[in-house]
Design a protein around this ligand. Structure first.
Ligand code: GLA
Length: 393
């Protein structure tokens, strides 16, 4: 990357490289913006940004994937508005940094990523967080560096307010707080987390359906609005209810007749999914593999039928996986309408599973799915001497 940076921008002293990972969510989807629980792992797949101070007041950003160079005036970062393309992610972050008092300095940035786009593995959060670290480039304001939680929240704001997707905190949070060998259970209300070791003898594999249906953005907004509608009905009944996080499954069943049926089903997904995350964590800690698998399947069915964010390709991948040897559970992961499934299976079955699922999917859809192992990796930080120094140090 440093060589490539030199070819693009001319040799520069003090080039630094920052990395931020993508993620796969093991269980707990569409719960984060309802202030509930999620259980993602940070992946080895990551976005890397090489950065060095620039000249002429300019911010120059080169994307290796797009082979495109874009130029901005660094001092304008606070006044920028959305362009409707890939630059919205780094520039949304630059904008939020400027608003937060971390002025944007002239710089050259080169972006390289191994996180596939549109695969539901959070390439956008990886780009946001790695860009934020590059813009900050180790800087402090009044002697303070940005706290990791503030970094995650700032990147979420870039996506929500600048890019315009009303997302929760999961993707940016796990990109910052990921840990090797651990899943991270995030409480999206307190914004605290707990590191969860995964049982030995099993592995998680993500299978990319290679589709991203156009519906995903608008359907996401609809779901956010439907959940808000459920909250306002519940709040009128029980004033302590501020989000679906505050609703127990039994309580929802009693109030369901007060809401449109579709709204009640959306809410049922969220409240049962929160409970599944907590049970999954307990099952993982006690090594109850069968229960982990069953909870993943229940989660998928809930996303498929109640939340209706799955699609034919994801359902096929889940159903096909469940018929294969050594598979304990499988579900769609992330926002839905395409992207990946995540499958829990016994270690020794992994090799065969990869070839069987690829063949089955190809027979059905004439597309070869890409398959990724979900080895939990470290969260965002600087890459130094081939080691990743986490942002939180
Ligand atoms: C997308 C959003 C996240 C989360 C998931 C669904 O990845 O960015 O905030 O809502 O969908 O769990």
């Amino acid at each position: 990357m440093i060589r490539s940076f030199g070819e693009r921008f001319g040799a520069a002293a003090g080039v630094r490289v920052f990395r931020a990972p993508g993620r796969v969510n093991l269980i707990g989807d569409h719960t984060d913006y309802n202030l509930g629980f999620v259980l993602p792992v940070a992946l080895e797949l990551a976005t890397y940004v090489a950065v060095a101070p620039g000249t002429g007041g300019k911010l120059r950003i080169y994307s290796e994937d797009r082979q495109e160079m874009r130029e901005f005036t660094a001092a304008d970062a606070g006044w920028l508005s959305r362009a409707g393309d890939w630059t919205d992610y780094p520039m949304g972050v630059a904008h939020e940094l400027a608003m937060a008092g971390f002025g944007i300095e002239p710089a050259n940035l080169l972006i390289r990523s191994t996180v596939p786009e549109g695969a539901g593995l959070s390439s956008s959060a990886a780009l946001e967080v790695s860009s934020a670290l590059a813009f900050l480039n180790g800087r402090t304001v009044n002697g303070q560096s940005m706290r990791p939680l503030d970094l995650a929240r700032l990147c979420q704001r870039a996506e929500r307010d600048f890019v315009g997707l009303p997302c929760g905190i999961m993707d940016q949070y796990i990109s910052v707080f990921g840990q090797e060998h651990r899943a991270v259970e995030i409480d999206c209300r307190s914004l605290g987390h707990r590191l969860v070791p995964l049982p030995p003898g099993v592995t998680f594999v993500a299978v990319n359906s290679m589709v991203k249906h156009a519906l995903s953005g608008s359907a996401y907004r609809d779901r956010v609005a439907e959940c808000a509608a459920a909250v306002s009905v519940m709040h009128a009944e029980s004033p302590h209810v501020e989000s679906l996080r505050d609703v127990a499954p039994g309580q929802l069943a009693q109030a369901a007749h007060l809401m449109p049926e579709i709204v009640a089903r959306r809410a049922r997904h969220v409240v049962t999914e929160n409970a599944r995350v907590n049970r999954f964590v307990d099952a993982s800690l006690s090594g109850d593999l069968e229960l982990m698998g069953r909870l993943m399947i229940d989660s998928h069915r809930s996303l498929q039928h109640d939340y209706q964010v799955s699609c034919a390709e994801l359902d096929f991948l889940v159903d096909a996986a469940l018929g294969m040897e050594g598979v304990l559970g499988s579900r769609m992961t992330g926002g839905g309408f395409g992207g990946c499934t995540v499958t829990l299976l016994r270690d020794e079955a992994a090799g065969r599973f990869r070839s069987q699922i690829a063949q089955a999917y190809h027979r059905q859809f004439h597309v070869i799915p890409l398959i990724y192992s979900c080895t939990p990796s470290a969260g965002a930080g600087e890459v130094k001497n081939f080691e990743i120094i986490p942002a939180r140090n």
